[in-house]
Design a protein around this ligand. Structure first.
Ligand SMILES: CC(C)(COP(=O)(O)OP(=O)(O)OC[C@H]1O[C@@H](n2cnc3c(N)ncnc32)[C@H](O)[C@@H]1OP(=O)(O)O)[C@@H](O)C(=O)NCCC(=O)NCCS
Length: 252
């Protein structure tokens, strides 16, 4: 993954058939660690290396192996779902000077700026440049403008937003995904996120979706409380990212 903060970053990724036995799994784990050590020695022995890997909430054996190998949890994503057949969440009163409208292309740049402002203090969120913003939501072929909403100020700026995409997983054709939700600091705790997400849920239901999914940082208690209030529940399909540092000598 390149060099950042004077450390070589290596991502360990594994995909394994569920019917493969534990012996192969264990062997693959050891091989990956050995390969990471070798890459470190070959590519940047003068730097520390940081190994990063994902572990699903249900992968108990892998979690123990990673802990035994010196990996520590860095952050965790909670996976949540809202069943659109359950009763509709009620709207919160919102500031009367704001208007909530479906997303339109003319709001794209203002939404991008609002996004970077809203997420500025979030440790795991990147500040997006124009190009990465396009890949983030509104430029994706899966983007659902009719199920995405912005709260617009009297100055025609964006105070808060929710951006929704179609789930691209073949097994989840009837699912939509809340890609990002944010409220600029000055407008927080006034019911905007709650109203915007409720609007998005309504639009998804009208468009024939059955479920709406999302992932949130487990440390983001504000967001998790918001989603629970709106009827989202945890699926148990979240994951943690664990990291381990290898010292500059190149020795694991
Ligand atoms: C999370 C966020 C979108 C909430 O926006 P908001 O417009 O302030 O939220 P609302 O006013 O609609 O709040 C609705 C409910 O969410 C919960 N909530 C919102 N902010 C909260 C906070 N700081 N602490 C605890 N609960 C909070 C509360 O239950 C709140 O209801 P209440 O005000 O009646 O108690 C906003 O804080 C934000 O933009 N954060 C940074 C970006 C982010 O983390 N997005 C979510 C990524 S998954």
């Amino acid at each position: 993954m390149g060099v950042a903060a004077d450390a070589l970053r290596l991502r360990l990724t594994r995909a394994i058939r569920p019917d493969i036995g534990d012996e192969v799994d264990s062997h693959l784990h050891s091989w990956l660690l050995e390969k990471a050590g070798r890459l470190h020695r070959e590519r940047a022995p003068e730097l520390d290396a940081i190994l990063g890997t994902r572990c699903g909430d249900s992968q108990q054996t892998l979690s123990s192996r990673l802990t035994d190998a010196g990996f520590e949890p860095t952050w965790r994503k909670v996976d949540m779902v809202h069943d659109l057949n359950t009763p509709r969440p009620t709207d919160a009163p919102t500031p009367p000077e704001l208007v909530i409208v479906p997303f339109e292309t003319r709001y794209d740049e203002r939404t991008w700026r609002a996004h970077n402002d809203a997420y500025a203090a979030s440790p795991s969120a990147a500040v997006l440049d124009r190009e990465s913003w396009q890949q983030h939501a509104t430029g994706l072929s899966s983007f659902l403008p009719g199920a995405s909403f912005v709260a617009v100020t009297p100055e025609d700026d964006v105070a808060a937003f929710v951006l929704t995409v179609r789930d691209t997983d073949d097994d989840r054709r009837n699912d939509a995904v809340l890609e990002c939700v944010g409220t600029r600091v000055a407008w927080r705790r006034r019911g905007l996120a709650r109203t915007l997400v409720a609007e998005a849920l309504r639009a998804c239901r009208t468009n024939g979706f059955e479920r709406v999914r999302l992932q949130a940082d487990s440390a983001n208690s504000a967001a998790i409380e918001l989603y629970v209030k709106l009827g989202f529940i945890e699926t148990g399909r979240g994951y943690s990212v664990l990291t381990r540092r290898l010292k500059a000598s190149g020795n694991t």
